[in-house]
Design a protein around this ligand. Structure first.
Ligand code: NAD
Ligand code: DAO
Ligand code: ZN
Length: 381
Protein backbone atom coordinates (compact mmCIF):
# COMPACT_ATOMS: atom_id res chain seq x y z
CA UNK A 1 0.00 0.00 0.00
CA UNK A 2 1.41 3.42 -0.89
CA UNK A 3 1.56 6.10 1.84
CA UNK A 4 -0.42 8.49 -0.37
CA UNK A 5 -3.34 6.07 -0.77
CA UNK A 6 -6.68 7.72 0.05
CA UNK A 7 -5.05 11.15 0.35
CA UNK A 8 -5.12 14.23 -1.83
CA UNK A 9 -1.75 14.52 -3.61
CA UNK A 10 -0.10 17.86 -4.36
CA UNK A 11 2.15 17.75 -7.43
CA UNK A 12 3.16 19.62 -10.57
CA UNK A 13 1.24 19.71 -13.83
CA UNK A 14 1.22 21.63 -17.10
CA UNK A 15 -2.06 23.53 -17.01
CA UNK A 16 -3.65 24.87 -20.19
CA UNK A 17 -5.65 27.86 -18.91
CA UNK A 18 -6.92 29.05 -22.28
CA UNK A 19 -6.73 28.35 -26.00
CA UNK A 20 -3.84 29.92 -27.86
CA UNK A 21 -1.73 30.48 -24.72
CA UNK A 22 1.27 28.38 -23.63
CA UNK A 23 0.70 25.88 -20.83
CA UNK A 24 1.97 26.94 -17.40
CA UNK A 25 3.59 24.71 -14.81
CA UNK A 26 1.50 24.86 -11.65
CA UNK A 27 1.14 23.17 -8.31
CA UNK A 28 -2.14 21.26 -8.42
CA UNK A 29 -4.03 18.83 -6.20
CA UNK A 30 -5.15 15.40 -7.36
CA UNK A 31 -7.99 13.72 -5.48
CA UNK A 32 -7.91 9.99 -4.63
CA UNK A 33 -9.48 7.62 -7.15
CA UNK A 34 -13.18 6.89 -6.64
CA UNK A 35 -14.84 3.54 -7.34
CA UNK A 36 -13.77 2.17 -10.70
CA UNK A 37 -10.88 4.64 -11.00
CA UNK A 38 -7.11 4.38 -10.98
CA UNK A 39 -4.60 7.01 -9.81
CA UNK A 40 -1.33 6.86 -11.74
CA UNK A 41 2.07 8.34 -11.00
CA UNK A 42 2.94 9.54 -14.50
CA UNK A 43 6.62 9.04 -15.33
CA UNK A 44 6.80 9.93 -19.02
CA UNK A 45 4.80 11.56 -21.77
CA UNK A 46 5.37 11.70 -25.48
CA UNK A 47 4.16 14.96 -26.97
CA UNK A 48 1.61 14.42 -29.73
CA UNK A 49 0.30 17.02 -32.15
CA UNK A 50 -3.22 16.42 -30.87
CA UNK A 51 -2.30 18.13 -27.59
CA UNK A 52 -1.00 21.13 -29.53
CA UNK A 53 -4.10 21.08 -31.67
CA UNK A 54 -6.34 21.41 -28.61
CA UNK A 55 -4.07 24.02 -27.07
CA UNK A 56 -4.31 26.08 -30.25
CA UNK A 57 -8.13 26.02 -30.07
CA UNK A 58 -8.63 23.90 -33.22
CA UNK A 59 -10.15 20.92 -31.41
CA UNK A 60 -13.95 21.09 -31.61
CA UNK A 61 -14.21 19.38 -28.20
CA UNK A 62 -11.47 21.43 -26.55
CA UNK A 63 -12.43 23.28 -23.37
CA UNK A 64 -10.45 25.04 -20.61
CA UNK A 65 -8.84 25.09 -18.10
CA UNK A 66 -7.59 21.59 -18.73
CA UNK A 67 -4.68 19.24 -18.15
CA UNK A 68 -3.73 17.94 -21.60
CA UNK A 69 -1.62 14.88 -22.45
CA UNK A 70 -2.72 11.44 -23.62
CA UNK A 71 0.45 9.58 -24.71
CA UNK A 72 1.92 8.68 -21.35
CA UNK A 73 3.19 5.94 -19.13
CA UNK A 74 3.48 5.48 -15.40
CA UNK A 75 2.95 3.34 -12.33
CA UNK A 76 -0.32 2.71 -10.47
CA UNK A 77 -0.27 4.65 -7.17
CA UNK A 78 -3.70 3.57 -5.89
CA UNK A 79 -6.99 2.14 -7.08
CA UNK A 80 -10.62 2.72 -6.15
CA UNK A 81 -13.16 0.05 -5.27
CA UNK A 82 -14.00 -2.47 -7.96
CA UNK A 83 -10.70 -2.22 -9.83
CA UNK A 84 -9.30 -5.68 -10.46
CA UNK A 85 -7.33 -5.54 -13.72
CA UNK A 86 -4.55 -3.27 -12.47
CA UNK A 87 -2.93 -3.08 -9.05
CA UNK A 88 -0.62 -0.74 -7.15
CA UNK A 89 2.87 -0.84 -8.66
CA UNK A 90 1.79 -2.02 -12.11
CA UNK A 91 3.37 -0.30 -15.09
CA UNK A 92 0.55 1.14 -17.14
CA UNK A 93 -0.34 3.05 -20.27
CA UNK A 94 -3.48 5.25 -20.15
CA UNK A 95 -5.89 4.75 -23.04
CA UNK A 96 -7.71 7.59 -24.76
CA UNK A 97 -9.80 4.93 -26.48
CA UNK A 98 -11.35 3.07 -23.55
CA UNK A 99 -12.37 -0.58 -23.57
CA UNK A 100 -15.06 -1.79 -21.13
CA UNK A 101 -15.73 -5.17 -22.79
CA UNK A 102 -19.41 -4.83 -21.87
CA UNK A 103 -21.00 -2.12 -24.02
CA UNK A 104 -22.70 -2.64 -27.39
CA UNK A 105 -19.56 -1.40 -29.20
CA UNK A 106 -17.12 -3.57 -27.27
CA UNK A 107 -19.31 -6.64 -27.71
CA UNK A 108 -19.95 -6.02 -31.42
CA UNK A 109 -16.60 -7.40 -32.53
CA UNK A 110 -16.73 -4.70 -35.22
CA UNK A 111 -14.95 -1.75 -33.64
CA UNK A 112 -12.50 -0.67 -30.96
CA UNK A 113 -14.68 2.32 -30.03
CA UNK A 114 -16.30 1.93 -26.62
CA UNK A 115 -19.27 3.87 -25.27
CA UNK A 116 -18.66 3.31 -21.55
CA UNK A 117 -16.93 6.62 -20.79
CA UNK A 118 -17.45 8.37 -24.10
CA UNK A 119 -19.94 11.04 -23.02
CA UNK A 120 -18.12 12.07 -19.85
CA UNK A 121 -14.68 11.85 -21.49
CA UNK A 122 -15.88 14.26 -24.17
CA UNK A 123 -16.98 16.70 -21.44
CA UNK A 124 -13.63 16.49 -19.62
CA UNK A 125 -15.00 14.85 -16.48
CA UNK A 126 -14.74 11.45 -14.80
CA UNK A 127 -17.52 8.89 -15.41
CA UNK A 128 -19.38 10.11 -12.28
CA UNK A 129 -19.46 13.63 -13.75
CA UNK A 130 -16.91 15.18 -11.35
CA UNK A 131 -13.25 16.18 -11.66
CA UNK A 132 -10.14 15.18 -9.68
CA UNK A 133 -7.83 18.16 -10.34
CA UNK A 134 -7.75 21.59 -8.68
CA UNK A 135 -5.43 24.54 -9.08
CA UNK A 136 -5.65 27.98 -7.46
CA UNK A 137 -9.12 27.13 -6.18
CA UNK A 138 -10.42 26.17 -9.65
CA UNK A 139 -11.34 22.73 -10.89
CA UNK A 140 -9.46 21.61 -13.99
CA UNK A 141 -10.93 19.52 -16.79
CA UNK A 142 -9.63 16.09 -17.75
CA UNK A 143 -8.51 15.48 -21.36
CA UNK A 144 -9.22 12.44 -23.51
CA UNK A 145 -9.68 10.41 -20.35
CA UNK A 146 -5.92 10.62 -19.67
CA UNK A 147 -4.55 14.09 -18.64
CA UNK A 148 -1.00 12.81 -18.51
CA UNK A 149 0.69 16.25 -18.34
CA UNK A 150 0.36 15.92 -14.57
CA UNK A 151 2.73 14.03 -12.25
CA UNK A 152 -0.36 12.22 -10.97
CA UNK A 153 -3.57 11.61 -12.86
CA UNK A 154 -6.82 9.73 -12.31
CA UNK A 155 -8.41 7.64 -15.06
CA UNK A 156 -11.30 5.23 -15.42
CA UNK A 157 -10.44 1.54 -15.01
CA UNK A 158 -11.56 1.18 -18.64
CA UNK A 159 -8.95 3.72 -19.77
CA UNK A 160 -5.77 2.04 -18.60
CA UNK A 161 -3.82 -1.13 -19.35
CA UNK A 162 -1.03 -2.84 -17.44
CA UNK A 163 2.07 -3.73 -19.45
CA UNK A 164 5.16 -5.72 -18.62
CA UNK A 165 7.68 -3.89 -16.45
CA UNK A 166 10.38 -5.13 -18.84
CA UNK A 167 9.38 -2.40 -21.31
CA UNK A 168 11.03 0.98 -20.70
CA UNK A 169 8.17 3.38 -20.05
CA UNK A 170 9.90 6.30 -21.77
CA UNK A 171 9.48 4.35 -25.03
CA UNK A 172 6.37 2.26 -24.32
CA UNK A 173 4.39 5.47 -23.72
CA UNK A 174 4.50 6.03 -27.50
CA UNK A 175 2.22 3.01 -27.82
CA UNK A 176 -0.43 5.04 -26.01
CA UNK A 177 -1.15 6.90 -29.23
CA UNK A 178 0.96 7.56 -32.33
CA UNK A 179 2.62 4.22 -32.90
CA UNK A 180 -0.37 2.04 -32.16
CA UNK A 181 -2.57 4.33 -34.25
CA UNK A 182 -0.45 4.07 -37.40
CA UNK A 183 0.60 0.44 -37.06
CA UNK A 184 -2.95 -0.67 -36.24
CA UNK A 185 -4.45 1.38 -39.08
CA UNK A 186 -2.32 -0.62 -41.56
CA UNK A 187 -2.50 -4.06 -39.94
CA UNK A 188 -6.03 -4.01 -38.49
CA UNK A 189 -8.28 -1.31 -39.98
CA UNK A 190 -6.96 -1.53 -43.56
CA UNK A 191 -5.64 -5.07 -43.13
CA UNK A 192 -3.00 -4.55 -45.82
CA UNK A 193 -2.12 -7.78 -47.61
CA UNK A 194 1.10 -9.14 -49.10
CA UNK A 195 1.75 -7.60 -52.53
CA UNK A 196 -0.51 -4.56 -52.01
CA UNK A 197 0.51 -1.17 -53.36
CA UNK A 198 0.23 1.43 -50.61
CA UNK A 199 0.72 5.17 -50.21
CA UNK A 200 1.06 7.08 -46.96
CA UNK A 201 0.49 10.84 -46.84
CA UNK A 202 2.27 12.51 -43.90
CA UNK A 203 5.29 11.02 -42.20
CA UNK A 204 5.09 11.98 -38.55
CA UNK A 205 5.01 9.24 -35.92
CA UNK A 206 1.61 8.11 -37.17
CA UNK A 207 2.55 7.90 -40.86
CA UNK A 208 5.89 6.24 -40.11
CA UNK A 209 4.06 3.63 -38.04
CA UNK A 210 1.72 3.02 -41.00
CA UNK A 211 4.85 2.45 -43.09
CA UNK A 212 6.00 -0.13 -40.53
CA UNK A 213 2.61 -1.82 -40.64
CA UNK A 214 2.69 -2.01 -44.45
CA UNK A 215 6.20 -3.43 -44.34
CA UNK A 216 5.28 -6.12 -41.81
CA UNK A 217 2.41 -7.11 -44.12
CA UNK A 218 4.88 -7.35 -47.04
CA UNK A 219 3.24 -4.66 -49.16
CA UNK A 220 4.86 -4.42 -52.60
CA UNK A 221 5.07 -0.66 -52.92
CA UNK A 222 5.12 1.55 -49.82
CA UNK A 223 5.08 5.05 -51.22
CA UNK A 224 5.79 7.66 -48.55
CA UNK A 225 4.65 11.23 -49.23
CA UNK A 226 5.58 14.35 -47.29
CA UNK A 227 6.11 18.02 -48.04
CA UNK A 228 9.23 17.85 -45.85
CA UNK A 229 12.19 16.26 -47.69
CA UNK A 230 13.85 15.44 -44.39
CA UNK A 231 11.21 12.76 -43.87
CA UNK A 232 12.53 10.65 -46.77
CA UNK A 233 15.34 9.06 -44.77
CA UNK A 234 12.95 8.38 -41.90
CA UNK A 235 10.40 6.72 -44.16
CA UNK A 236 12.98 4.53 -45.90
CA UNK A 237 14.37 3.44 -42.53
CA UNK A 238 10.89 2.18 -41.60
CA UNK A 239 10.45 0.31 -44.88
CA UNK A 240 9.20 2.75 -47.51
CA UNK A 241 10.11 1.77 -51.07
CA UNK A 242 9.58 5.26 -52.55
CA UNK A 243 9.37 8.86 -51.39
CA UNK A 244 7.52 11.71 -53.08
CA UNK A 245 7.50 15.36 -52.11
CA UNK A 246 4.14 16.57 -53.49
CA UNK A 247 5.45 20.13 -53.84
CA UNK A 248 8.10 18.92 -56.31
CA UNK A 249 6.13 17.03 -58.95
CA UNK A 250 6.85 16.98 -62.69
CA UNK A 251 5.30 19.93 -64.56
CA UNK A 252 1.53 19.53 -65.04
CA UNK A 253 1.20 16.42 -62.87
CA UNK A 254 -0.79 16.08 -59.66
CA UNK A 255 0.13 13.72 -56.83
CA UNK A 256 -2.86 11.61 -57.88
CA UNK A 257 -1.51 11.35 -61.47
CA UNK A 258 1.92 10.34 -60.19
CA UNK A 259 0.57 7.69 -57.81
CA UNK A 260 -1.81 6.22 -60.39
CA UNK A 261 1.06 5.93 -62.91
CA UNK A 262 3.47 4.45 -60.37
CA UNK A 263 1.02 1.77 -59.24
CA UNK A 264 -0.45 0.73 -62.59
CA UNK A 265 -3.89 2.23 -62.03
CA UNK A 266 -3.97 3.28 -58.38
CA UNK A 267 -3.15 2.11 -54.88
CA UNK A 268 -4.78 -0.79 -53.06
CA UNK A 269 -4.51 1.22 -49.85
CA UNK A 270 -3.81 4.85 -49.03
CA UNK A 271 -3.63 6.55 -45.65
CA UNK A 272 -4.06 10.16 -44.64
CA UNK A 273 -1.82 10.98 -41.69
CA UNK A 274 -1.88 14.76 -42.13
CA UNK A 275 -5.33 15.91 -40.98
CA UNK A 276 -5.53 18.08 -44.14
CA UNK A 277 -8.87 17.62 -45.93
CA UNK A 278 -7.38 18.36 -49.36
CA UNK A 279 -4.84 15.60 -48.80
CA UNK A 280 -7.67 13.28 -47.74
CA UNK A 281 -9.28 13.83 -51.16
CA UNK A 282 -5.99 13.13 -52.97
CA UNK A 283 -5.57 9.95 -50.93
CA UNK A 284 -9.02 8.71 -51.93
CA UNK A 285 -8.60 9.58 -55.59
CA UNK A 286 -5.20 7.86 -55.76
CA UNK A 287 -6.92 4.56 -54.91
CA UNK A 288 -7.41 1.87 -57.53
CA UNK A 289 -10.79 1.87 -59.27
CA UNK A 290 -12.99 -1.02 -58.13
CA UNK A 291 -11.27 -1.85 -54.84
CA UNK A 292 -8.86 0.76 -53.49
CA UNK A 293 -9.46 1.76 -49.88
CA UNK A 294 -8.39 5.03 -48.31
CA UNK A 295 -8.09 5.19 -44.52
CA UNK A 296 -8.36 8.59 -42.83
CA UNK A 297 -6.30 8.78 -39.65
CA UNK A 298 -5.53 12.51 -39.50
CA UNK A 299 -7.78 14.70 -37.38
CA UNK A 300 -8.95 17.78 -39.26
CA UNK A 301 -9.42 21.19 -37.68
CA UNK A 302 -12.85 22.19 -36.35
CA UNK A 303 -15.38 22.85 -39.12
CA UNK A 304 -13.41 21.23 -41.97
CA UNK A 305 -15.24 18.92 -44.36
CA UNK A 306 -14.07 16.33 -46.88
CA UNK A 307 -15.07 16.44 -50.54
CA UNK A 308 -14.87 14.26 -53.61
CA UNK A 309 -17.07 13.50 -56.61
CA UNK A 310 -19.50 10.71 -55.66
CA UNK A 311 -18.44 8.91 -58.86
CA UNK A 312 -15.14 8.13 -57.12
CA UNK A 313 -17.12 5.96 -54.69
CA UNK A 314 -19.59 4.67 -57.28
CA UNK A 315 -16.59 3.30 -59.13
CA UNK A 316 -15.46 1.25 -56.19
CA UNK A 317 -13.06 3.34 -54.13
CA UNK A 318 -13.85 3.25 -50.42
CA UNK A 319 -13.32 5.81 -47.68
CA UNK A 320 -12.95 4.71 -44.07
CA UNK A 321 -11.48 6.04 -40.85
CA UNK A 322 -9.42 4.63 -38.03
CA UNK A 323 -9.20 5.66 -34.36
CA UNK A 324 -6.28 4.32 -32.29
CA UNK A 325 -5.53 1.97 -35.19
CA UNK A 326 -8.64 -0.09 -34.51
CA UNK A 327 -6.78 -1.47 -31.48
CA UNK A 328 -8.67 -2.52 -28.33
CA UNK A 329 -6.33 -1.08 -25.74
CA UNK A 330 -6.82 -3.33 -22.72
CA UNK A 331 -6.91 -6.50 -24.77
CA UNK A 332 -4.38 -5.83 -27.50
CA UNK A 333 -1.87 -3.23 -26.38
CA UNK A 334 0.19 -5.65 -24.23
CA UNK A 335 0.76 -7.72 -27.38
CA UNK A 336 2.18 -4.70 -29.18
CA UNK A 337 4.51 -4.12 -26.22
CA UNK A 338 5.65 -7.74 -26.59
CA UNK A 339 6.24 -7.16 -30.32
CA UNK A 340 8.32 -4.12 -29.39
CA UNK A 341 10.40 -6.10 -26.89
CA UNK A 342 10.83 -8.92 -29.42
CA UNK A 343 12.24 -6.44 -31.95
CA UNK A 344 9.29 -6.79 -34.32
CA UNK A 345 8.09 -3.23 -33.86
CA UNK A 346 10.51 -0.28 -33.91
CA UNK A 347 9.73 2.23 -31.18
CA UNK A 348 13.00 3.65 -29.80
CA UNK A 349 13.93 5.49 -33.00
CA UNK A 350 10.80 7.65 -32.79
CA UNK A 351 12.14 9.42 -29.70
CA UNK A 352 14.09 12.25 -31.34
CA UNK A 353 13.89 14.81 -28.52
CA UNK A 354 13.62 14.90 -24.74
CA UNK A 355 12.65 17.52 -22.21
CA UNK A 356 11.39 17.95 -18.64
CA UNK A 357 7.95 18.94 -17.37
CA UNK A 358 9.30 22.39 -16.41
CA UNK A 359 10.43 22.85 -20.01
CA UNK A 360 7.50 21.19 -21.75
CA UNK A 361 7.00 24.31 -23.89
CA UNK A 362 10.43 23.66 -25.40
CA UNK A 363 9.05 20.28 -26.48
CA UNK A 364 6.17 22.00 -28.26
CA UNK A 365 8.72 24.21 -30.05
CA UNK A 366 10.64 21.10 -31.17
CA UNK A 367 7.41 19.72 -32.62
CA UNK A 368 6.93 22.83 -34.73
CA UNK A 369 10.50 22.51 -36.03
CA UNK A 370 9.90 19.69 -38.56
CA UNK A 371 12.60 17.33 -37.25
CA UNK A 372 10.83 16.08 -34.15
CA UNK A 373 9.03 12.76 -34.44
CA UNK A 374 8.29 12.48 -30.73
CA UNK A 375 9.61 14.47 -27.78
CA UNK A 376 9.53 12.52 -24.52
CA UNK A 377 8.92 14.49 -21.34
CA UNK A 378 10.47 13.18 -18.13
CA UNK A 379 7.78 14.20 -15.63
CA UNK A 380 10.12 14.08 -12.62
CA UNK A 381 13.44 15.44 -14.00
P1 NAD B 1 2.92 15.12 -37.40
O1 NAD B 1 2.55 16.57 -37.45
O2 NAD B 1 4.14 14.71 -36.69
O3 NAD B 1 3.04 14.58 -38.89
C1 NAD B 1 2.34 15.11 -39.95
C2 NAD B 1 3.22 15.03 -41.19
O4 NAD B 1 2.44 15.42 -42.31
C3 NAD B 1 4.44 15.96 -41.16
O5 NAD B 1 5.62 15.23 -41.47
C4 NAD B 1 4.14 16.99 -42.22
O6 NAD B 1 5.31 17.47 -42.86
C5 NAD B 1 3.26 16.19 -43.18
N1 NAD B 1 2.38 16.99 -44.02
C6 NAD B 1 1.75 18.14 -43.71
N2 NAD B 1 1.04 18.59 -44.78
C7 NAD B 1 1.23 17.68 -45.77
C8 NAD B 1 0.76 17.58 -47.11
N3 NAD B 1 -0.03 18.52 -47.64
N4 NAD B 1 1.15 16.51 -47.85
C9 NAD B 1 1.98 15.57 -47.30
N5 NAD B 1 2.47 15.63 -46.06
C10 NAD B 1 2.10 16.67 -45.29
O7 NAD B 1 1.64 14.39 -36.79
P2 NAD B 1 1.43 12.91 -36.22
O8 NAD B 1 1.65 12.91 -34.76
O9 NAD B 1 2.14 11.92 -37.07
O10 NAD B 1 -0.16 12.78 -36.44
C11 NAD B 1 -0.68 12.77 -37.75
C12 NAD B 1 -2.17 13.01 -37.75
O11 NAD B 1 -2.84 11.92 -37.11
C13 NAD B 1 -2.61 14.26 -36.98
O12 NAD B 1 -3.69 14.84 -37.70
C14 NAD B 1 -3.10 13.70 -35.65
O13 NAD B 1 -4.04 14.55 -35.03
C15 NAD B 1 -3.74 12.43 -36.13
N6 NAD B 1 -3.91 11.38 -35.13
C16 NAD B 1 -5.01 10.59 -35.27
C17 NAD B 1 -5.22 9.54 -34.40
C18 NAD B 1 -6.39 8.64 -34.57
O14 NAD B 1 -6.65 7.83 -33.68
N7 NAD B 1 -7.11 8.72 -35.67
C19 NAD B 1 -4.29 9.30 -33.37
C20 NAD B 1 -3.15 10.10 -33.29
C21 NAD B 1 -2.97 11.14 -34.19
O1 DAO C 1 -16.00 7.01 -29.54
O2 DAO C 1 -17.13 8.58 -30.47
C1 DAO C 1 -16.07 8.10 -30.09
C2 DAO C 1 -14.82 8.94 -30.30
C3 DAO C 1 -13.58 8.21 -30.03
C4 DAO C 1 -12.41 9.10 -30.14
C5 DAO C 1 -11.50 8.74 -31.24
C6 DAO C 1 -10.36 9.67 -31.31
C7 DAO C 1 -9.63 9.62 -32.60
C8 DAO C 1 -8.66 10.68 -32.80
C9 DAO C 1 -7.96 11.13 -31.60
C10 DAO C 1 -6.80 11.98 -31.89
C11 DAO C 1 -5.52 11.43 -31.50
C12 DAO C 1 -5.09 11.34 -30.15
ZN1 ZN D 1 -17.18 -0.67 -24.18
Amino acid sequence: MSDTQGKVITCKAAVAWEAGKPVSIEEITVDPPQAGEVRIKVLYNALCHTDLFTLSGDDPEGDFPVILGHEGGGVVESVGEGVTDVKVGDHVVPLYTAECRECKFCKSGKTNLCSAVRATQGKGVMPDGTKRFKCKGKELLHFMGCSTFSQYTVVSKYSVVAITDKAPLDKACLLGCGLTTGYGAATKTANVQEGDNTAIFGLGAVGLAVVQGCKVRKAKQIIAIDTNDRKEEWARSMGATDFINPTKLPEGKTIVDVLVEKTDGGCDHTFDCTGNVNVMRQALEACHKGWGVSTIIGVAAAGKEIQTRPFQLVTGRKWQGSAFGGVKGRTELPGLVDDYLAGKLTVDDYVTHRTSLDEISKGFDYMHGGDCIRCVVDMWA
